[in-house]
Design a binder for this molecule. Structure first.
Ligand code: NAD
Length: 498
């Protein structure tokens, strides 16, 4: 059995807490490794390494910091196939999808190669008589990232790339379900020239997260995961005086207007609803066709497509989607589908009994399609995080718009239409963070920022883009005057520029 420990001070270290968690192959249900779950002491060791290494790294000129990421991007490309295989084996997603996960993280690393420019600040000459005023963006010190299972490459890189590029040291606490890729990324960062102690990976569960939240030397925390934990981490970080950005769950809608190209819309729903077995925070979970005719035609197109989904292990190159991540996830999703049937929704494609010869113990669920789902149903309100698409029929555009507007979550949303006026109105009025117009998964590129609204996000600044540079730095503003410019004696009134 392979034992997975931590990566502290530039090297692998075995866990010492005595607590472990099994890492499964989701396609077969076999245990393939055991990951150590850190104690408070182990977390404290990682932070001590980070604290010791950080000042020198922050003082390293930004072009040198950028060069580490240039080399890292090259190493990621060279190791892409092995990393994708490692990722798929623990997560279950297809190899091509794993490469997408890695590529989206890599693009954030490409973005931070611009750190010499991104971290530059403002200067005002002559803000007052002989006074110059300038602001600098300094690293916050030691930052921490707590990441979910569903993007074990992209989300760690969303966080550690800008944090480290800005001159911080970083503690990454990945999901205990697929910890191998984050550890490999840390090794490659060292190979790229990062000094030891700047990127530490501490594996663990709630105990490690609580230790991060309590540690006085951690200044900023970035969290991505489910909404109840995001909310709790945000509250606790704030109570402990830490800066925090916490991203939670989602229930993304796609509105299909009567004038939309229905073939395009159906294809988009397939990819966005069932890709990665629906385990994406930007998955489309709800299709809202406007008008009965649109709904009937769309559903007739979707039924054979959902029935034809090719479900298989990551080793099957033809697979459209793989298994869910764990037995617990599989049971939860099956339970929610049962609940939808009990609630009276029409399960028009039923993937509950999906079985794959040779993979009977894998965590597979076949594609499911519900029609006539209504707002009061649990399957509408809850994030299912599985290969389940719900059709909620709306009579008018206003009725359709009201659905995502009223929903608890506000991560992503899409509209399919040929009508520019409708698209513009939709983009302007919707209370959701990321909007697609004829784009089903509107995940912003690395140089824009990623983040939802409402219960999908707690905090002010988003992931990547210029928001990330703000999040991982503190602004210091300096007002300076040289002695030759000081003319008067003591001044007792508030200085102004009247
Ligand atoms: P999760 O909330 O179970 O776990 C996320 C992280 O929190 C993990 O590192 C985990 O170890 C830790 N954790 C779990 N329970 C904890 C507890 N009680 N106290 C402290 N820490 C705890 O989420 P998951 O199942 O790994 O990921 C799926 C969820 O993440 C979905 O809800 C999905 O929508 C969301 N997600 C959101 C985004 C986004 O950007 N908004 C992106 C990806 C995933």
């Amino acid at each position: 059995m392979r034992d997975i420990g931590h990566f502290i001070g530039g090297e692998h270290v075995a866990g010492t807490s005595g607590r472990t968690s099994d890492v499964f192959n989701p396609a077969t249900g076999e245990v393939q490794a055991r990951v150590s779950l850190a104690s408070d002491t182990e977390l404290a060791q990682a932070v001590a390494n980070a604290v010791a290494a950080q000042p020198k790294w922050a003082a390293t000129n930004p072009q040198r910091r950028a060069r580490v990421f240039m080399k890292f991007v090259q190493l990621l490309n060279e190791n892409m196939d092995d990393l994708a295989e490692l990722l798929s084996r623990e997560h279950g997603k297809t190899i091509e999808d794993a490469k997408g996960d890695l590529q989206r993280g890599l693009e954030v690393c490409e973005f931070v190669i611009g750190i010499p420019h991104l971290q530059k600040s403002e200067f005002t000459e002559g803000a007052g008589p002989n006074i110059d005023m300038y602001s600098i963006r300094q690293a916050v010190g030691v930052g921490a990232g707590i990441t979910p299972f569903n993007f074990p490459a992209m989300i760690p890189m969303w966080m550690f790339a800008p944090a480290i590029a800005c001159g911080n040291a970083f503690i990454l606490k990945p999901s205990e379900r697929d910890p191998s890729v984050p550890l490999r990324l840390a090794e490659l960062m060292i190979e790229a020239g990062l000094p030891a102690g700047i990127l530490n990976v501490v594996n663990g569960d709630k105990q490690a997260v609580d230790a991060i939240l309590a540690h006085p030397d951690i200044s900023a925390i970035s969290f991505v995961g489910s909404t109840p934990i995001a909310r709790a981490v945000y509250a606790s970080a704030a109570a402990n005086g830490k800066r925090a950005q916490c991203f939670g769950g989602a229930k993304n809608h796609m509105i299909i207007m009567p004038d939309a190209d229905l073939d395009q819309a159906a294809n988009a729903l397939m990819g966005a609803g069932y890709g990665s077995a629906g385990e994406r925070c930007m998955a489309i979970a709800v299709a809202v066709p406007v008008g009965k005719e649109t709904a009937d035609r769309l559903v007739q197109k979707l039924i054979p497509m959902v029935e034809a989904l090719h479900v298989g292990p990551y080793t099957d190159e033809k697979a459209d989607m793989g298994p869910l991540v764990s037995r617990q996830a599989q049971e939860r999703v099956l339970g929610l589908i049962d609940k939808g049937v009990e609630e009276g929704a029409d399960l028009i494609v039923d993937g509950r009994d999906f079985k794959l010869q040779g993979y009977e113990n894998g965590y597979f669920v076949g594609g499911c399609l519900f029609d006539n789902v209504t707002e009061d149903m649990d399957i509408y309100k809850t994030e299912i995080f599985g290969p389940v698409l719900s059709v909620v029929r709306a009579n008018t555009y206003e009725e359709a718009l009201a659905l995502p507007m009223k929903h608890e979550y506000g991560n992503g949303v899409a509209i399919y239409t040929r009508d520019g006026d409708a698209a513009r109105d939709f983009a302007s009025r919707i209370n959701i963070g990321m909007v697609g117009i004829n784009v089903p998964i509107p995940v912003p590129l690395a140089y824009h920022s990623f983040g939802g609204w409402k219960s999908s996000s707690f905090g002010d600044l988003n992931q990547h883009g210029t928001d990330s540079i703000r999040f991982w730095t503190r602004t210091k503003t300096i007002t300076s005057r040289w002695p030759s410019g000081i003319k008067s004696g003591a001044e007792f009134v508030m200085p102004t520029m009247r």
